[in-house]
Ligand binder design. Structure first.
Ligand code: ADP
Ligand code: ADP
Ligand code: MG
Length: 743
């Protein structure tokens, strides 16, 4: 490790000059989080004392709490986690021997209570994770006053950077370029509007307190200024409270890229940049893909970004992990400081992958008073060696419905194999519930490859093995992003998803073997003596030598061109593992027939979620196909098929309904036998009035009973068969009195 002297000598003159030119920089080496007060000088002649962290309270939840706990454990740090009532059984609450209860769902934000708990339990340090209290200077200060080491930057740096207007003043003063705009305190509508006119439309209104894209509005022209200001202020007020209505007016960059730099500073004046991350692929101003290095970025700009980021950090006497966010104008190639996040960021693993570091370990070491483990030169050498990394955030949300958040139980969860280059940071396991009370991020999948293209390909392959049932996720959408030519070429900008939405959301056909596999899988569960919820089994009479079953599925998948269509599948079992399968999609003249295919399946019931899962391998004429079929425990007719890295959602529909839906047996005012069967009994009498859905006839086929229900309300005119009659498919069973409607 190099000396501090050497490290500071490396800094360009402009950087070295920074601390002295900024007001308040005298406090630079007096960390607010130091366990013992100590002083150092820039040339390192005096050292801070090092007090190793031996116990920590993690004031967060989910994947980040687990991730911090993992590193803490590896460093021999005794770890305590916190949980609210709804999180009592969650993974982060269970991962440590010590876990303390907080109660209400919002209690992760209860700073005073959390400090009190740390004191009570004699815990030395506190790690805030991200979100919640991580960027709250009052909380950092409270920790400090209670003698608890806050694993994060000094409260003062947070205060300086927490306000978007103030941070921009500091940056401008220290030579870090900011987006042209107005950051002043005169906040009248007239003033802001006049400033917008000076800046020139389009402009962006942003709350000084902003975060998570809230309280931000684009204003295209003077005509819509007042309305947009009002709406931005209302949203910011609601999200950030008092002071949220104070707005910045910025030049709106039409084709922006989001490029941020991971920086790290110790208490001895060292500050390094651990490369940059491009986080341009966003929805609702929130990131979903993050990568390092940023694609299509020339090295001069790259190094300039790193230098400006270090300069920004040094300007506020930063200590610990931080991220300096820049906006890069694709039209001019200029970049501007956007904001600094004074915490560990969700996407920090991307930087860990390309630098071969553990940034949480760095956080603990810096908090203990140690010097940064690597110099800028050492980091740069590693970056050159380690290629590219990319992270995909897996969210409980529905991309087809405007990325609307979802919640629910993870009925089935199967993850790709992890290794040195494929990492999963997750907060949930199968059977867990993703609550609407918290952020809907299920997991982060991070992969590294020798170059960007390899990393994207590896990410796509890993996503193909990521299976989730129980709630909507963005996994299928992420796969599409990985396959987008524009993305592969690195042509990213924050409007990427919107720009390419036609391609990204284009429905794709579902191939017939998906339906064949669903039917074979269901047959498999039935022949394993699992009682069928359905009476869809059918036999061509007791005398028949071959068993045959008929299934009907409705495609319930927005990503499929077959969405809403009924698909009829008939499976004939020739012997133990040999089948003929015919698949006919609604609208097709004739079925596609797969003959003599060998198929084997095994069914299990998931211990935590009770989902029925069937794994099957089938040798189709041209290929072997492995499939997982999952039946929702709460709704057996809801099926999810994972096949060749693709997910399809189906609903098993009852034959009566599929016959109707197919328009096959649309004999007015009658109900027909959906399959060859024996009449077990009639449930109604002639002349009786029935409601829609009432049981009419109970039939048997393949020794299974099926209740035929009334497709309509009406009066029974005639029961065509009596108990014991054998009927062919399509035979009329019940006739209704003609009504005006049915006539
Ligand atoms: P930014 O968008 O500024 O880069 P991040 O992407 O790092 O911010 O996300 C931080 C956000 O994550 C917080 O502002 C909060 O909304 C959300 N969050 C907070 N706690 C958690 C958590 N335990 N798990 C997932 N998300 C969280
Ligand atoms: P937040 O605190 O909500 O993260 P930021 O200031 O970081 O707010 O901006 C969030 C996102 O909004 C950026 O990632 C970028 O996509 C977009 N954005 C911010 N400022 C501008 C701007 N001046 N012009 C165009 N887009 C912007
Ligand atoms: Mg931001």
């Amino acid at each position: 490790m190099r000396s501090i002297k050497r490290a500071s000598r490396r800094l360009p003159a402009s950087l070295r000059a920074v601390p002295n030119s900024v007001p308040g920089s005298g406090a630079r080496f007096l960390s607010t989080t130091a366990p013992t007060s100590s002083t150092v000088t820039v040339n390192g002649s005096t050292n801070t004392s090092v007090t190793p962290i031996s116990s920590v309270l993690i004031a967060n939840r989910g994947e980040i709490a687990l991730r911090v706990a993992r590193t803490a454990a590896s460093m021999g740090i005794r770890t305590t986690t916190l949980y609210t009532d709804i999180d009592a059984a969650s993974q982060h609450a269970k991962c440590t021997p010590y876990a303390l209860s907080l109660g209400a769902p919002s209690a992760y934000l209860d700073g005073p209570r959390i400090v009190e708990l740390a004191k009570q339990h004699g815990i030395q340090a506190l790690h805030p994770g991200y979100g919640f209290l991580s960027e709250n200077p009052a909380f950092a200060k409270a920790c400090e006053e209670a003698g608890i080491v806050f694993v994060g930057p000094p409260a003062k740096a947070m205060t300086d950077m927490g306000d978007k207007a103030r941070s921009k003043e500091i940056m401008n003063a220290s030579g870090v370029p900011c987006v042209p705009g107005y950051h002043g305190s005169e906040q009248s509508v007239e003033q802001l509007k006049a400033k917008a006119a000076d800046i020139k439309y389009p402009v962006l209104l942003k709350s000084v307190k902003g975060g998570g894209g809230k309280g931000m509005r684009i204003v295209r022209n003077a005509g819509e200024f007042e309305a947009q200001l009002k709406s931005a202020r209302a949203e910011a007020r609601a999200s950030f409270g008092e002071g949220g209505e104070v707005m910045l007016v910025e030049k709106y960059i039409v084709r922006p890229r989001h490029v941020e730099v991971q920086i790290f500073a110790d208490r001895r004046g060292n500050c390094v940049a651990l490369g940059e991350r491009d986080c341009s692929v966003q929805r609702r101003h929130q990131k979903i893909l993050e990568e390092s290095p940023a694609p299509l970025l020339d090295n001069v700009t790259r190094k300039d970004l790193w230098d400006k980021a270090r300069k920004a950090a040094l300007a506020v006497d930063y200590v610990g992990a931080g991220t300096v966010e820049f906006i890069l104008d694709k039209d001019t190639n200029e970049f501007y400081f956007m904001e600094m996040n004074t915490r560990l960021q969700v996407e920090h693993p991307v930087s860990e992958m390309v630098t071969g570091t553990d940034l949480v370990e760095w956080q603990f070491r810096v908090a203990a008073g140690e010097k940064l483990p690597l110099t800028q030169d050492e980091i740069e050498a590693r970056i050159l060696e380690r290629g590219a990394a990319i992270e995909a955030r897996i969210y409980a949300e529905n991309p087809e419905k405007g990325f609307f958040p979802d919640s629910g139980t993870l009925v089935h969860l199967s993850k790709p194999q992890t290794n040195e280059d494929v990492r999963i940071d997750a907060g949930f396991v199968e059977g867990d519930t993703v609550s609407e009370a918290y952020d809907g991020m299920i997991a982060k999948l991070i992969v590294r490859g020798k170059d960007r293209e390899t990393a994207i390909r590896k990410l796509e392959l890993a996503l193909r093995e990521y299976e989730v049932v129980g709630l909507s996720t963005n996994i299928e959408f992420l796969k599409r992003l990985c396959n987008s030519q524009a993305f592969i070429e690195g042509d990213v900008e924050t409007g990427f998803i919107d720009m390419w939405k036609t391609e990204l959301f284009e429905a794709k056909p579902t191939s017939n073997d998906v339906f064949a596999q669903a039917a074979l899988g269901l047959l498999g569960t039935q022949t394993q003596n699992v009682p069928a919820a359905h009476g869809q089994a059918l036999g061509f009479g007791e005398a028949s030598t071959q068993n045959s079953r008929k299934f009907a599925f409705r495609v319930q998948d927005d990503a499929s061109t077959e969405e809403g269509k009924i698909v009829e599948v008939e499976v004939a079992q020739l012997n133990n593992k040999l089948f003929n399968v015919s698949v006919r999609k609604e609208g097709d003249d004739k079925p596609q027939v797969f003959e003599n295919i060998v198929s084997e399946s095994t069914s299990t019931t998931a211990p935590t979620s009770s989902a029925k899962k069937t794994k099957l391998t089938t040798y189709f004429p041209l290929a072997r196909v492995d499939t997982t079929l999952v039946q929702d425990p709460a709704d057996n007719e809801k099926l999810t098929v994972f096949q060749l890295g693709h997910k399809t959602q189906l609903r098993l529909v009852s034959p009566v309904w599929f016959d109707k839906a197919l328009g096959l047996k649309e004999v007015a005012a009658s109900v027909v036998a959906p399959m060859p069967c024996k009449i077990l009994r009639n449930e109604v009498e002639e002349g009786q009035s029935v409601e829609k859905g009432a049981p009419l006839v109970v039939i048997e086929s393949m020794k299974m009973e099926t209740v035929i229900r009334s497709p309509q309300s009406g009066v029974i005119k005639k029961l065509a068969h009596k108990e014991g009659d054998i009927c062919k498919a399509g035979t009329v069973l019940v006739m209704f009195e003609e009504t005006e409607e049915s006539a």
